[in-house]
Design a protein around this ligand. Structure first.
Ligand code: PSU
Ligand code: MN
Length: 303
């Protein structure tokens, strides 16, 4: 055990020790990204998807002031239904131990914890990044800085569409974060299939991704690697439509003065309302699909 604030589920601990494939999953999307009861469904189906691929799932969150690696059904229920679950990033994580809180971990926090205990793979929906209007609001997700200094193999559908995707993409390059994808030449746009930003390499199969990641590991490359996986076909939305709804959502956030860590959850929930839950359906499908791909790559990497 790493320290007294971390409790690892025995199955996950055994897998890490014996170099079996493990995929970490985050909990902010459960508490702050998706409405109840879809959040419980997504948490459980993501675990199932990882397990179907032959890897072991380790959902990470904070229960009563302790980090739990491998949340059980009861823990997921708490994070999915309680109204006072904190969203913790690296600047405020220690406070949740001090105050014995229940808290959800973002991409930044989850990969930080996962890498400390020897997990190499992680799946999420979309990473955080540079927000629209950054010139005025200075809002850049801590996900980017953490991805730049922690080696984790991260499967996502790009950065969330509500962000300034061009600036986010550039920042990834600045930080030396490889941007590869599975079956696409471009970074996905989260709710839509493709942006115009060309990835470093489009890999057509899992073997090739795994071989590439072994090179990264041998190089002791310092940053994470982003493995992009676009939203499943039938659930993807039109970029033009998404952009219209984003403008409306951002205007509303500005008029209500919503900033900081409240901003991302607010925009996602506005988008779900404006789209009549079409964005929600896409979000659900892509998260589960990303968990599945991470499970498959991890399985191949350790075999
Ligand atoms: N992916 C989703 N839904 C989410 C998130 C990711 O499909 O809600 C979460 C992640 O936890 C990510 C966070 O770290 O949104 C970004 O928040 P912020 O922009 O405040 O850094
Ligand atoms: Mn922010």
């Amino acid at each position: 055990m790493l320290n007294k604030y971390i409790k690892i589920n025995p199955k996950v601990e055994d897998a890490i020790k014996n170099k079996k494939p493990v995929v970490a999953l985050e909990s902010t999307l459960i508490s702050h990204g998706l409405p109840y009861p879809d959040n419980i469904k997504v948490a459980n189906e993501s675990i199932k998807a990882v397990e179907e691929s032959g890897s072991i799932a380790a959902t990470i969150g904070i229960i009563n002031g302790e980090i739990k690696i491998g949340l059980d059904n009861n823990d997921i229920d708490i994070l999915a239904t309680s109204t006072n679950v904190q969203k913790v990033s690296l600047h405020n994580i220690a406070l949740s131990f001090l105050n014995k809180q229940n808290a959800a971990t973002t991409v930044a926090t989850t990969i930080n914890i996962a890498s400390k205990i020897g997990i190499s793979f992680f799946a999420t929906g979309g990473i955080g990044g540079v927000h629209l209007g950054v010139e005025k609001n200075n809002d850049v997700s801590a996900d980017l800085t953490e991805l730049s200094r922690t080696r984790m193999f991260v499967v996502s559908s790009g950065a969330k569409s509500i962000l300034d995707l061009e600036k986010t993409f550039e920042m990834l390059e600045t930080y030396g974060i490889p941007r590869i994808s599975f079956n696409s030449d471009f970074m996905p746009g989260f709710w839509y299939e493709e942006t115009e930003f060309k990835v470093d390499k489009n890999f057509k199969n899992i073997d090739d991704i795994s071989n590439y990641l072994k090179i990264i590991e041998n190089l002791k490359h310092k940053s994470s690697v982003l493995i992009f996986n676009k939203v499943p076909d039938s659930k993807g939305l039109e970029k033009i439509q998404i952009e219209k709804w984003i403008n409306q959502s951002v205007d509303k956030a500005n008029s209500k003065n919503i900033t900081g860590k409240e901003l991302t959850p607010f925009l996602i929930s506005e988008m779900n309302q404006l789209s009549n839950n079409k964005t929600l359906e896409a979000n659900i499908a892509l998260i589960i699909n990303n968990a599945l791909l991470a499970g498959k790559i991890s399985k191949e990497f350790y075999s």
